[in-house]
Design a protein around this ligand. Structure first.
Ligand SMILES: Cc1cc2nc3c(=O)[nH]c(=O)nc-3n(C[C@H](O)[C@H](O)[C@H](O)COP(=O)(O)O)c2cc1C
Length: 217
């Protein structure tokens, strides 16, 4: 009986945790007036100073997420980021001051997954943390869902390597978008992966691999 009450209380807490956050429908991505690819590559650098914690506007966010991993060939549902065997196993979670959202690339929406400011999980662990992450209005966390490779991936390290490469492409798309559009970022492996997995209720087949805090210079 006690266990039943405890489980009900936990479920209610989880439901109310997301009750305050709503789906965010992003505007259609636009070409914008970013720099050329040459200029973006010339200027790309890791930055850890985020001068302005003001949230990105929805258009910037839409353009950023589309560049990172949006659909660029609708008829085939293919993406701006390549993935091994077109597995599309990299999910993007957006950590903001208000909550954590999953980027739904098909509907161009942000789906609430956890309420509250959890950016400290992206900053790091109790043992090692990089607090500059807390100055960035958002962090994008790339999570590989290894089960999308199918049975063949179980216990096969090579698939983890492919997922890591795939996360790297998303991260570099973010790096170049920021460089071309007056934003700053740094690709990072540091984070509290176990804490993030717990917060988001990820299955054991999901691996948080990389993150990019994004802000203004
Ligand atoms: C896979 C990967 C993981 C990284 N992890 C971190 C990190 O946890 N924290 C950090 O401050 N920088 C991290 N960096 C950024 C590197 O330190 C940075 O890219 C490197 O110093 C070269 O500087 P540049 O990006 O300005 O060329 C990481 C970069 C890569 C590619």
């Amino acid at each position: 009986m006690r266990i039943k009450i405890l489980i009900t209380a936990l479920i209610m807490t989880a439901i109310s945790a997301n009750a305050q956050l709503r789906d965010i429908t992003l505007p259609e991505p636009t070409p914008g007036n970013g720099a050329s690819l040459y200029e973006a590559l010339r200027d790309r650098h890791s930055a850890r100073d985020f001068k302005d914690t003001k949230p990105l506007d929805d258009q910037q966010l839409s353009n950023l997420l589309w560049s990172a991993a949006g659909i660029n060939r609708k008829s085939e549902m293919k993406r701006t980021n390549p993935t091994a065997l077109n597995t599309q196993e990299i999910d993007l979670y957006v950590f903001t001051k208000d909550g954590v959202y999953l980027y739904d690339f098909e509907s161009n929406r942000l789906l609430p997954k956890a309420e509250g400011d959890h950016r400290s999980l992206v900053a790091g662990t109790k043992e090692f943390s990089q607090d500059y992450v807390l100055d960035a209005p958002i962090s994008i966390v790339m999570v590989a869902e290894l089960s999308r490779f199918g049975e063949q991936a179980t216990g096969n390290e090579r698939f983890k390597l492919m997922a890591a490469a795939d996360a790297g492409y998303v991260s570099e798309n973010i790096n170049l978008f920021c460089s071309a559009n007056g934003l700053v970022t740094v690709p990072r492996a540091t984070m509290d992966s176990a804490g993030i997995a717990r917060l988001l209720g990820l299955p054991s087949t999901a691996m948080p691999l990389l993150n990019n805090p994004v802000g203004r210079k």
